[in-house]
Design a protein around this ligand. Sequence first.
Ligand code: IMP
Length: 207
Amino acid sequence: MTHRRFNPKDDGGKLVIASHNPGKVREIQDLLARFGAEVISAGELGLPEPVEDGATFIANAEIKALAAARGSGHVALADDSGLCVHALGGDPGVYSARWAGPGKDFAVAMQKVEDALDEKQAGDRTAHFACALCLAWPDGHVETFEGQVHGTMTWPARGTKGFGYDPTFVPDGHAITFAEMDPEQKHTMSHRARAFEKLVAACFGDE
Ligand code: IMP
């Protein structure tokens, strides 16, 4: 399949990150540092946050990337991601941010997940994080990729690094949570890093 590539020579190398989430913007900046793109966030440009009413991570990533590309006139990259807990039928899923409420309090969201599992008396605590990345051009062209990481939910929460549900997620093959890992270690296995590998191979760097 032929993919459209991001060309840093065009557009002054500017790439808008269509996110207002500082945790995500930081991770995306780290992951893109080597391509010489001048990364700016939608928040810095004062772009409004579109309504994320898609039913899937991919649909929501496309909504956000297209809104930022059309609103800024630059190529834009959006990430839509979340935690899917298997015994909860994939919840919180695309509602992962919303489970934290208007105060974006993830201690509350992690507690809600534990309460929901307890209520179901679910022995199965497996889950995965999923990440959809969409690169959109102002003319409406999009390139979309998805990555996942599987693991197990654990309580009480452990660790202070990372963000969101990281303190309650232990990736398969490891004994520590994402929030106990250094960012470099999380980047070797995360859903976002896996989606990034695909994006980078298809759209960035030398062919
Ligand atoms: P959205 O993609 O901005 O709608 O929100 C995704 C939400 O999923 C984030 O606010 C986090 O709560 C959660 N999430 C996504 N990726 C991660 C991660 O790498 N670690 C922990 N939580 C995550």
